[in-house]
Ligand binder design. Structure first.
Ligand SMILES: *Cc1c(COP(=O)(O)O)cnc(C)c1O
Length: 371
């Protein structure tokens, strides 16, 4: 009965499907040595500076957090050479995507994103009754196969288009769009169309033609860049991310957010994590080694994968991948099925420590002998 009371677009929503939690598989299998390579977390965890600061901050739990995130904004502004009034902090960058939708979208508006793009874009769009227009993925001729096709995205732009979401690199494909092409795309958008460049995996990317979209903020007032502490900074459990934009956009996002959307521990952890460049460099280096290890293995199996610049690798089994996912689960390894991204033949595997990758490789070899 209550279903019918919700707005029709809410009734038709499908909830986000997270990676399977370790505890859940432990309960199901009754074993304790689980390897989780399902949510693109940093296998090294956060900087020890962040953990230490969180320990200290446990003394202050009775107090409300700083609702304006003064300290973190100072550190971010200095690092990015932006003004603090260009920064919006969010409970994960997911929250920022939601705030953008809440601030700018109504049922009259359209939102554009790509096929196989991050699953949160359709959810935040539909949750406010706006209409999603989905561009087909690239066929591989101009941009990487399975990734974004900028021409297809541009062809959907109309006077109703209020927001374009682009993940660069994209999840779950690991593909990226190069500097010149992306800059041209944004400059050709109508000034009233906001372009959100989601850089959740920014810190991992090492390609010379990969753009840092924050450098375009002066040039494109309709640009919003989102980043997160959940991936390379290893703080997924605390939920903290940030958006960088024109101050007017930041002011609007600030109006629709909860007063204390970022908790004290998350703020303190992020402030300390961001200065530990050594830990970040180590995390990126482990990831590069792991990528080589996994790509080499996948090649030996004569399977295809989508070349990735992020901290995961998406493998094409060229047959229904669900039985393989199940076989891996039975062997204590959690990866991510991506059938909900219209990629039923693929599994997305987060890059772990070299040992975790080894355990995955063993489990996959055993599974493939079996199914
Ligand atoms: C993981 C991810 C996010 C980050 O989510 P948080 O809410 O910051 O944890 C955002 N965008 C993409 C494309 C992602 O893969």
């Amino acid at each position: 009965m209550f279903y019918s009371l919700a707005a029709e677009y809410v009734q038709q929503l499908s909830p986000y499907q997270p990676g399977k939690p370790i505890d859940e598989l432990e309960r199901e299998l009754g074993i304790s040595e689980i390897v989780k390579l399902a949510s693109n977390e940093n296998p090294l965890g956060p900087s020890p500076l962040a953990t230490e600061a969180v320990n200290q901050a446990l003394q202050q739990l009775a107090r409300y957090p700083d609702g304006n995130g003064f300290n973190l904004k100072q550190v971010l502004a200095a690092k990015l050479m932006l003004d603090t009034d260009q920064i919006t902090l969010g409970n994960g960058s997911n929250e920022l995507l939601e705030l953008i939708a809440r601030a700018f979208l109504t049922p009259e508006h359209e939102v554009i994103f790509s096929q196989h793009a991050f699953a949160v874009y359709p959810i935040v769009t539909q949750a406010v009754g706006a209409t999603a227009r989905i561009a087909p993925a690239s066929d591989g001729s101009k941009w990487p196969r399975w990734g974004h096709d900028l021409d297809a995205l541009a062809s959907l732009v109309s006077p109703k288009t209020r927001v374009v979401f682009i993940a660069n690199p994209n999840n779950p494909t690991g593909t990226y769009l190069p500097n010149i092409d992306l800059e041209q795309f944004i400059s050709a958008l109508p000034k009233k169309t906001l372009c959100v460049i989601d850089e959740a995996y920014f810190e991992y990317v090492d390609q010379p033609d990969y753009p840092d979209a924050t450098l375009w903020l002066d040039k494109f007032p309709n640009l919003i860049v989102t980043r997160t502490f959940s991936k390379a900074y290893g703080l997924a459990g605390l939920r903290i991310g940030y958006a960088l934009s024109n101050p007017e956009i930041a002011d609007l996002l600030n109006r629709v957010r909860q007063p204390f959307n970022n908790n004290h521990l998350a703020l303190v952890a992020a402030e300390n994590a961001i200065v530990d460049t050594e830990h970040l460099a180590k995390s990126v280096s482990i990831n590069q080694q792991g990528y080589k290890q996994l790509a080499g293995f996948v090649m030996n199996l004569q399977l295809e994968w989508i070349p990735s610049v992020a901290n995961f690798i998406t493998i094409n089994f060229k047959r229904e991948a669900m039985p393989i996912y199940q076989g891996l689960l039975q062997r204590g390894v959690i990866v991510r099925p991506v059938a909900n991204y219209e990629m039923p033949d693929f599994l997305r595997v987060s890059i772990g420590t070299l040992e975790e990758n080894q355990l995955f490789m063993k489990a996959l070899t055993d599974t493939l002998a079996d199914v």
